[in-house]
Ligand binder design. Sequence first.
Ligand code: NAD
Length: 294
Amino acid sequence: MSPPPPLIPDDTTIQVGLIGAGIQQSRSPRIHMDEAASLGLNYRYLLLDLDLKHEGAAALPQLLEQAERAGFAGVNVTYPCKQLVVPLLDQVSEQARRLNAVNTVVFKNGKREGHNTDWWGFAESFRRELPDASLARVVLVGAGGAGAAVAYAALQLGAKTVLIHDSDPARVAALLARLGPLFPGSCVLKGGELAADLRTADGLIHATPVGMAKSPGLAVPAASIQPPLWVADVVYFPLETQLLALARARGCRVLQGGGMAVLQAARALALFTGRTPDLQRMLARFPHQGPVSS
Ligand code: NAD
């Protein structure tokens, strides 16, 4: 049996990690380490799981400190820490500040820099897969963490009107309050009746957990999924959700959530290493990459 890896890596190892809860099935280690290997890097991606700590999210400052002290190049941060981490940083990129969400922390010259690569992952995936799709009128269903990032991405890509839906009205109100002032040239509005909104929309972005393997189903009325509506799903396990299968069968153009997942990781890897990952290679690999523990 091989000995356990040392906590402090040798000089040539780039060590990074993921801090969050419920991350044992995360695909991030595979996505990062496979690409790092292709780039010829000695790279380790560790899971720093809050579920293994008694104090849960309260352990974030301590985990961050430990990673920094141990010489990590940086960490990814996920649920429930993307907002909690912001006050623990020295610098925050403009986009992360605007979203008030950080998913990538780089340790550099004794400072902690926060970035948000989630929104860019969706934007880049959209540019690649649906380059000529109209963003004139977009319905967003799901105004949580992923919803905020993809709404921001859609507005950055030039969306004129974004209609926000969520079963929790407080989530809708919070996202409107955050995004409205950032995009004065666009209309960011509370959605009305979902089926009516979808009838006049160019596209639907789905960002609730409905459709994940553990919570199958649809968060939108099936009858509303008709061309010329394009349909983007952020759920990526499974890659082909019930929503996308239905949309595809009806002739709608679709965007899977895997692109966002891979491209946000690619951007984080670039920030950690200063190297340029091969995005196409990473995207092609993703469907064959299970979680580390599988
Ligand atoms: P979250 O809990 O922050 O937000 C989910 C939101 O959906 C909540 O506001 C909730 O009220 C709302 N919601 C739930 N069921 C609904 C329904 N039936 N109708 C309307 N609204 C409903 O979760 P999150 O972090 O935003 O994650 C959402 C999904 O996005 C998950 O499946 C996650 O795996 C996926 N995700 C994908 C990527 C990617 O890179 N592709 C990145 C992050 C999250």
